[in-house]
Design a protein. Structure first.
Ligand code: SF4
Length: 427
């Protein structure tokens, strides 16, 4: 049991700031930034950040064994933790397009190592968070100003059990976990509100680790509005920190113009995105070879007029028939070719719409695979274009990591579009 003296000693070490103002625009700079409005408690060894609901959001070490002041832990709305590694700023930017590499505690396709959560200093950071919760419990709340009392009470409500339940609640609202976010969500540090407008995908490819195995179906407008209302309640006081939406699941583009535009406009309205403190609202979703070829021109015309910048990420995988067949992807190279041309056309035509493409990279693929991607991403373009990123997604079998990264770097040098490694992240 803590004595009065220990209590005083502990609380004196806590610097409590109920409301802090971070950056209001997502920036790509080589030092860590906090975004939006948040609360903070700092100790001599750690800085703990809280969202406006009192949920722990970030932990950063500031002394002792903590690796570097440029690395931090971030908790998602789905109750996962991510470790943002600086990874040598230049190297990180080359591979991810950001000045960090997110390391994840679950099995994914990252080739940058996943041991951050086994490191002593990261385990110690979580232990410090548990200690902080006890210290906050022991505080004499009436000693604090009303705004600090309200802040501390919110934190006390968000026990680890409650945080876990909230992650589950988010998944219940949208009808399941987001098993993969589009790589473009890196532009908003993965801070997106997920809204499911369609389930499943068209192909159920053999190689894919995130497929549902079910067919494709579009949700009803009523179901989308119900989700949005529940999401508005779920994010509550923290809604003000969000201005971007992910329309799920794996091929929302195939849901068609009416549903996509309806969901985007409703999300803007119900989630009160106009009131967000963050600038530069974005809309993200996935598309496929068939859905981009079937998409009406009027979809892109409408998306171009929405208050969002729209990013659509297409799973193309390869421009080579032999590779597509090995991957168990039931589309032809000819179709991939047409989908890629359509992507270039849309990127040229619509200022507020950017289509990006995924291709796979890994061990044991035919020699014709990488040249087939270069045929599209180099030979089709007379010079380098900054719009329309190409992501290379590591397969389960990657072989020698260094060899793979070398191949990626060779590809990137030749590619006439921005090229990055695609890290599968869930929410
Ligand atoms: S790669 Fe895309 S289309 Fe293929 S199974 Fe996975 S989610 Fe579906």
């Amino acid at each position: 049991m803590a004595t009065e003296t220990t209590k005083t000693r502990n609380t004196a070490k806590l610097k409590i700031i109920p409301e802090k103002y971070g950056a209001t625009e997502y920036l790509k700079i080589s030092c860590p930034l906090r975004y939006g409005i948040y609360g903070e408690i700092s100790t001599p060894s750690y800085i703990f950040g809280f969202n406006r609901n009192g949920e722990i959001k970030t932990i950063q070490g500031r002394a002792g064994d903590w690796l570097t002041s440029a690395e931090w832990l971030k908790r998602t709305a789905g109750d996962d933790w991510q470790y943002f590694s600086a990874g040598g700023y230049a190297g990180a930017f080359n591979y991810t397009g950001e000045y960090y590499i997110p390391l994840l505690p679950y099995q994914t396709n990252s080739i940058f190592g996943q041991n951050a959560f086994k490191r002593d200093e990261v385990r110690e950071a979580f232990a410090a968070w548990r200690r902080l919760q006890k210290e906050v419990e022991e505080l004499e709340l009436p000693d604090f100003s009303p705004d600090k009392q309200r802040f501390l009470k919110r934190i006390l409500k968000m026990t680890p059990e409650k945080l876990r339940q909230r992650g589950e609640l988010l998944h219940r609202i949208i009808g399941g976990m987001v098993t993969v976010l589009p790589p473009d969500t890196r532009h908003v540090e993965y801070d997106v509100i997920p809204v499911t407008i369609a389930d499943g995908c068209l192909y159920n490819c053999g190689f894919c680790r995130v497929k549902t195995g079910l067919g494709f179906s579009v949700r009803t407008r009523e179901a989308v509005v119900k989700q949005l209302n529940e999401l508005g309640e779920f994010y509550g006081r923290d809604l003000i920190n969000y201005n971007s939406v992910f329309l799920g699941q794996h091929d929302a583009l195939h849901a068609g113009r009416d549903m996509i535009c309806y969901a985007a406009e409703k999300a803007w309205q119900v989630l009160e995105m106009e009131k967000s403190v963050m600038k530069g609202p974005c809309l993200f979703f996935f598309g496929s070879v068939d859905s981009i070829l079937a998409a009406e021109e009027s979809l892109f015309e409408t998306l171009n007029t929405l208050p969002f910048s729209t990013y659509i990420n297409l799973g193309l995988e390869s421009g080579d028939n032999k590779t597509l067949s090995i991957l168990g992807k039931p589309v032809s190279a000819k179709k991939v070719d047409r989908a890629f041309d359509r992507m270039l056309e849309i990127n040229r035509k619509y200022e507020n719409v950017e289509i990006t493409a995924n291709f796979v990279i890994g061990k044991g693929l035919p020699e014709s695979h990488l040249p087939s991607i270069l045929e599209l991403t180099r030979n089709r373009l007379s010079r380098f274009y900054p719009k329309g990123a190409v992501y290379l997604s590591p397969l389960e079998e990657i072989g020698d990591k260094n060899r793979l990264l070398t191949r990626f770097n060779e590809f990137k040098t030749l590619c006439h579009l921005p090229a990055y490694i695609y890290l599968i992240q869930r929410l």
